[in-house]
Design a protein around this ligand. Structure first.
Ligand code: ZN
Length: 338
């Protein structure tokens, strides 16, 4: 009898190993992209421009050298109620009104340094909608992870204020959506954009159901993100000195970002993926190489596999050198895909 039980246990373990291997082979990343993202016109010579997406999409669609398993799902713009999960009614109305009343081709949002043009409101709502669809597909098990290849970015937008090239805080809306629609209790937001995500931090500063962990150059725009900004024990800031190289950065990332989130045990992980800590980037001074984004992302996928059933939704934020973007996003996707 004992022998029979041992045999059955071994058989079950064997089947378990086999099915794990099989599901790992089935991993697909949803890349959420819509050509309408190119319609958000920020004017000539603005660093946050449509070219940032054009070269990345062209590379991903043409590249035969890497065997990425990507699908390209469709999605709709976020509704008022979805935006209102985070943003105030007054702010949503203000964006709509200021875009409608544009007299020239472009202006700046009255709340901060974000250019707007006639399609900006619908494009910004579509960027949020990309994340919402990714959330639905991941919760339905249709994709294993997602990369929202969107613009404008979102992590500087607060509940009532657009700034720093951002209109709506897409990642914050998706965190709230996961909680309200799927009863997810704990969401971690990891922000490796070189700038601190002041908007995301402010929105969740007193909410211990959301952990926000950011590695960013400090001091730098927007000025927030000191290590002693800790919220209710849910905010983890890793300020990084100008000139820091990859090896040192990865050490800090492990100790100040991954370790605390390992204790937090998130059910889903969201990433504010900016690639402006790259050494080629014109807006900051951290010296990461493209391959460092593979290493950063692998640390996050390991965390997600331990606590979050591998569920990751990554949102494109900053990054302003086209070559650095193409290379680094590819590294990010390869790591998400493994
Ligand atoms: Zn940035």
């Amino acid at each position: 009898m004992k022998k029979l039980i041992i045999f059955v246990l071994c058989l079950l373990a064997y089947i378990g190993t086999f099915s794990n291997t099989s599901s790992a082979n089935d991993k697909k990343v949803g890349v959420m992209f819509d050509e309408r993202f190119l319609l958000h016109d920020t004017g000539p010579n603005h660093p946050e421009n449509p070219d940032r997406l054009i070269s990345v999409v062209r590379d991903l669609k043409n590249n035969n050298q890497i065997s990425l398993k990507i699908i390209w799902p469709n999605f709709e713009a976020a509704t008022f109620d979805e935006l209102n999960l985070v943003h105030t009614k007054e702010y949503i109305e203000l964006v709509g009104r200021q875009v409608r009343q544009l007299k020239n081709n472009r202006a700046y949002l009255s709340t901060g340094d974000t250019p707007i043009s006639k399609h900006s409101n619908v494009v910004a709502k579509l960027a949020v909608g990309a994340g919402l669809e990714a959330a639905d597909q991941i919760m339905a098990g249709e994709i294993s992870s997602a990369f929202a290849l969107v613009r404008p970015p979102g992590h500087h937008a607060t509940a009532s204020k657009g700034m720093g090239f951002c209109i709506y805080n897409s990642i914050a809306v998706v965190a709230r959506y996961l909680q309200s629609k799927y009863q997810i209790k704990k969401v971690a937001i990891i922000d490796f954009d070189v700038h601190h995500g002041n908007g995301t931090q402010e929105i969740f500063y007193n909410d211990n159901s959301i952990a926000y962990a950011s590695a960013h150059e400090f001091p730098l725009f927007p000025g927030t993100g000191a290590e002693d900004e800790t919220g209710v024990g849910n905010i983890f800031n890793a300020p990084i000195k100008s000139g820091t190289e990859g090896t040192e950065y990865l050490k800090i990332f492990e100790n100040k970002i991954i370790q605390p989130l390992d204790k937090f045990k998130p059910e889903v992980i969201l990433i504010s993926a900016g690639f402006d800590a790259h050494f080629r980037d014109p807006l900051a001074n951290i010296n990461l190489e493209s391959t460092d984004y593979f290493k950063i992302t692998k640390k996050i996928t390991k965390l997600a596999n331990t606590h979050s059933k591998g569920r990751i939704i990554s949102f494109f934020e900053g990054g302003y050198d086209l070559q650095a973007l193409s290379e680094s996003i590819k590294e990010h996707l390869i790591a998400l895909n493994k």
